[in-house]
Design a protein around this ligand. Sequence first.
Ligand SMILES: Cc1cc2nc3c(=O)[nH]c(=O)nc-3n(C[C@H](O)[C@H](O)[C@H](O)COP(=O)(O)OP(=O)(O)OC[C@H]3O[C@@H](n4cnc5c(N)ncnc54)[C@H](O)[C@@H]3O)c2cc1C
Ligand code: SF4
Length: 492
Amino acid sequence: MGKVTGFLEFERLDEGYEPVQARLKNWKEFVITLAEDQARDQGARCMDCGTPFCNSGCPVNNIIPDFNDLVYRGDWQGAIEVLHQTNNFPEFTGRVCPAPCEAACTLNVNDDPVGIKSIEHAIIDRAWAEGWVTPQPAMARTGRKVAVVGSGPAGLAAAQQLARAGHEVTVFEKNSRIGGLLRYGIPDFKMEKTHIDRRVGQMQAEGVVFRTGVQVGAWPKGSKVTNDAAETIDAEALKAQFDAVLLSGGAEVSRDLPVPGRDLDGVHFAMEFLPQQNKVVAGDKLKGQIKATGKHVIVIGGGDTGSDCVGTSNRHGAASVTQFELMPEPPEQEDKPLTWPYWPTKLRTSSSHEEGCQREFAIATKEFIGGTGKDKGKVTALKTVHVEWHDGKMVEVPGTEREYKADLVLLAMGFTAPVAGVLEAFGVERDGRGNAKAHTEAVGGYSTNVDKVFAAGDMRRGQSLVVWAIREGRQAARAVDEYLQGASTLPR
Ligand SMILES: Cc1cc2nc3c(=O)[nH]c(=O)nc-3n(C[C@H](O)[C@H](O)[C@H](O)COP(=O)(O)OP(=O)(O)OC[C@H]3O[C@@H](n4cnc5c(N)ncnc54)[C@H](O)[C@@H]3O)c2cc1C
Ligand code: SF4
């Protein structure tokens, strides 16, 4: 519970950032983790509120008051033990989670919430530095074999839990490196990839086998989804070789904008642009990287992916960066009595926005305009219109059409569904949105219509968050363990 009077004595202290001009020169993380005494004071702000809404606001149900208290008391080793009980990878969430727990914090009713995410970040970074994060191989082996398809946070969390339950786990990943969107979506400046490599090392020591560059099932022709696979494994072969299969292949099909001019050069999905840069940072030599250097960049889509395109474009040295959002500009402050403890709609300004970006709200793109002469076939401008929303319907505002100069357009409007080929190959039924159909109830959760085939993460729930993927991976692991053993001691 921290210190009884802590919330009266200490103000919230957010993590600092390196100055913009310094951080724009490289791809490194720039968040400055709280020092020990700062984290102690922040932990002290946790009140004895009785019903910790933060705990249910956190999708993995981190036991937040307990680790806050342990940090306040200086027991950092105890704090990481508590954190690891519910979260396999706090170094991922401590960096990229939007922290719905903080929206739910009781102190947030009429004050600034406890800085839970920054405390989580400080605990796990210290734990790695002290050597407290070590492999935990199973005491006994079950002899049962599980295939996990996809190595994003859902697949990794499931694989770690299943290996610790004693199963032989093999993770199949079509791309050349492990991590899913943590590796190829989220830029290094938000999360350096050594964090994934370190966990992969831990999991290998726990017995998990990783097979990269291996695609499971069919792949649709012409797909623009990143795929480095040099080898394909048939769904039936996989089912024959393993006692259970978990599909955690994400929801990788980007939402398109099929307006006139979509085929012009210079109009790309965000997920063509971002993975290339992450590969370059990893040392890959690419032919023809999409670069924003010296260009007028328009990012269409106001979410996390769009924000990552802004940060990447600025690091490339773009001439200008403008981000479009279809929805109207939200209020700067939420109406707390109305929204608490839920996630409020409010204007969110990311560190990438702070690095330089013009933001336009309630704007729709009607056309991509191509150039003439040497610019023939290339995008040079966008035709837009302002929109209003009436009863959930979008209406164009007459007389608001205008053109924006653009040499590079990045489509970051979210993801519609998983790549269908994988689910079709296994004969897995899909829900109305094209995701793998499986519920999350305690009994029969995460199982699909196909015997021994389970699904979790974005592939089951649609595009979401890292913390939700970890939750689903953990819960699906328990479901698979129950299927294989009849009962499970893994936590749900
Ligand atoms: C640019 C971007 C930024 C984001 N930023 C944030 C953020 O800041 N915070 C946050 O919480 N969330 C963020 N997200 C969302 C988050 O990354 C995802 O919700 C999360 O990674 C989903 O995890 P997953 O394991 O379900 O799937 P994924 O991470 O998508 O992993 C799926 C993996 O399966 C592999 N795969 C797919 N099909 C096959 C096949 N047939 N054979 C073999 N392998 C296959 C894929 O290659 C991929 O590696 C972001 C997403 C994007 C795109
Ligand atoms: S995982 Fe996210 S929601 Fe949960 S405690 Fe950490 S920051 Fe909060």
